[in-house]
Design a protein around this ligand. Structure first.
Ligand code: ZN
Ligand code: ZN
Length: 242
């Protein structure tokens, strides 16, 4: 009599423990694979941004092959690659999947799990600059931007300098620019694709152009002050150089 009551409870208890151990092992293995792939993606960022294109597919195939049928519905969500959030080069993502621990009795249903990752890619410096030592990278370096005319003159300017105020700014085309500024009819800039190089009159005119537009005669762009000096730019006498 006693055994008849006790045995089912005992079996359920053992199964629950077995389930939890398996569940945690799978979760651990998935998290390890996720951070391992993310680390590779981060390290690659200094060489090529193309690693991101294949990231989701590679991660999924690794997770399914490592965990067989014990996970399902793997989905990478909110994948943001090399964006700026205080510092440039941030990567973030959410990984969702279901753990389906197969126990003999099919006692438990699949359990949804969600992991979030956010980290900074190893981007060092951009490709056209010199390599820097690890010690130098670890030093927190503050960004100090100045403005230059890449096609005219060798002076660097403060962002408020009157010499640059009415010049178009070189930037990358985004949906936000299309929303905030008007397209130029002359160069038909409304057909420009996002990501292409655009020239925006931010202070005067509020219009964006292609580089080939006759209105874009010279333009300004921002670079690190240190780099400007290395490239032979000297401070503007009007604004002090920024
Ligand atoms: Zn100036
Ligand atoms: Zn134009």
């Amino acid at each position: 009599m006693e055994a008849a009551i006790f045995l089912p409870i005992f079996i359920i208890g053992v199964l629950t423990i077995a389930y939890l151990i398996k569940f945690m092992a799978i979760q651990e293995r998935v998290f390890h694979a996720l951070t391992d792939e993310a680390r590779a993606l981060s390290a690659e960022a200094v060489l090529t941004p193309l690693g991101a294109l294949n990231f989701e597919a590679a991660l999924k195939s690794r997770l399914y092959s490592e965990n067989d049928i014990m996970i399902s519905n793997v989905d990478l969500d909110q994948f943001h690659y090399l964006y700026a959030d205080g510092t440039y080069g941030m990567i973030s993502m959410d990984l969702n999947y279901d753990v389906d621990v197969r126990l003999p009795l099919q006692f438990y249903s699949p359990m949804p799990v969600s992991e979030s990752l956010m980290f900074r890619a190893f981007i060092g410096k951009t490709m056209d600059q010199e390599n820097v030592s690890l010690a130098e990278l670890e030093k927190e370096k503050e960004s100090h931007l100045v403005w230059i005319f890449p096609t005219a003159g060798k002076k660097h300017h403060d962002k408020d300098c009157i010499y640059i105020a009415n010049e178009p700014m070189e930037t990358s085309m985004t949906a936000a620019i299309k929303r905030s500024y008007d397209a130029c009819k002359l160069c038909e800039s409304k057909n420009m694709v996002n990501g292409s190089t655009a020239y925006v009159f931010t202070k005067s005119g509020k219009v964006y152009h292609r580089g080939s537009c006759p209105i874009v005669d010279k333009y300004v762009t921002s670079i690190e002050k240190e780099e400007a000096q290395r490239k032979g730019y000297s401070p503007c006498s009007k604004c002090g150089g920024g």
